[in-house]
Design a protein around this ligand. Structure first.
Ligand SMILES: C[S@@+](CC[C@H](N)C(=O)[O-])C[C@H]1O[C@@H](n2cnc3c(N)ncnc32)[C@H](O)[C@@H]1O
Length: 256
């Protein structure tokens, strides 16, 4: 394996929860197209918090960075660096673009990590979630309000992320009903998916909740699905093809 190691990498939660990530977190082509467009034809790209390599452009030279060896082991790329966003082992302006997809909420020092993205690349593309967005997913309002507290603790206000990054563009991404990348909200119109422990295991939020909290909630969901109560309550959702649950693509460019 072509993995270089950087000193000072933070402890890697995904070494514990990242096993089997690629099976459940299949990159979605619609989000991939948006990320690719935002990268603006960059020839060299550093993917920070790269995980298994989802959403990397196939026509650029990509350097994958992640503090989790378990995740980098699932990454098919040739150039992989074991490091956290807060200490990127590259010189200033080393890349045309830096990308960070569904990862900034894991960084112990968000501001430092974003400053590093700006230091090593001219353009930055960040995909994240706005914790202030409403409506919330029914999973939180009806079954697991504990998730709200967890998410509020780790997601920073979108305005602060955009301002720190110097973003010139904030694009909403409405999640399609058949979104393939199994992060939590992906199953907004497929409630039965949450009953599968393999699906739940791919979510870092579920990984933080104790079975004593999750299991009774899932038993209620199972009962509501069996009785038709869920479908009656959420009949309006079944009519929708995509839903805006607050996912946003931020783009910054120091040469713009
Ligand atoms: C939800 S996964 C996203 C992976 C990939 N970007 C994707 O879209 O599938 C979050 C990733 O962030 C990584 N991560 C955690 N702390 C980090 C840090 N301080 N710097 C960079 N990446 C970090 C995790 O190891 C994990 O691979």
């Amino acid at each position: 394996m072509n993995t270089a190691s950087a000193a000072g990498a933070p402890p890697a939660t995904y070494d514990r929860i990242g096993v089997g990530y690629r099976q459940v977190r299949v990159p979605d082509p619609r989000l991939a197209a948006l990320v690719r467009q935002a990268l603006g034809g960059a020839r060299t790209v550093v993917n920070v918090g790269a995980g298994a390599g989802s959403y990397e452009p196939d026509d650029a030279e990509v350097t994958a960075v992640d503090p989790s060896r378990v995740m980098l082991d699932q990454h098919p790329g040739a150039v992989k660096v074991l490091a956290g966003a807060e200490h990127l082992p590259f010189p200033d302006g080393a890349f045309d673009a830096a990308m960070a997809v569904m990862t900034v909420h894991h960084w112990p020092d968000l501001h430092r990590g974003l400053a590093e993205l700006r230091r090593v690349a001219r353009r930055q593309v960040v995909f994240t979630w706005d914790p202030a967005h409403r409506p919330e997913l029914w999973l939180l309002t009806d079954y697991l309000p504990e998730i709200r507290e967890l998410e509020n603790a780790r997601f920073t206000a979108l305005e602060e992320v955009a301002e720190t990054l110097g973003a010139h563009t904030v694009l909403p991404f409405a999640v399609p009903h058949d979104f393939t990348d199994g992060f939590q909200v992906a199953h907004w119109r497929r409630p039965e998916m949450f009953l599968d422990p393999v699906v739940r295991r791919a979510s870092s939020t579920f990984a933080q909740l104790s079975p004593a909290v999750v299991e009774p909630a899932m038993a209620r969901l199972r009962a509501d699905l069996a009785s038709g109560a869920w479908h009656r309550r959420h009949a309006d959702l079944l009519e929708q093809d995509s839903m805006d649950y607050g996912y946003r693509l931020l783009v910054a460019d120091s040469s713009a």
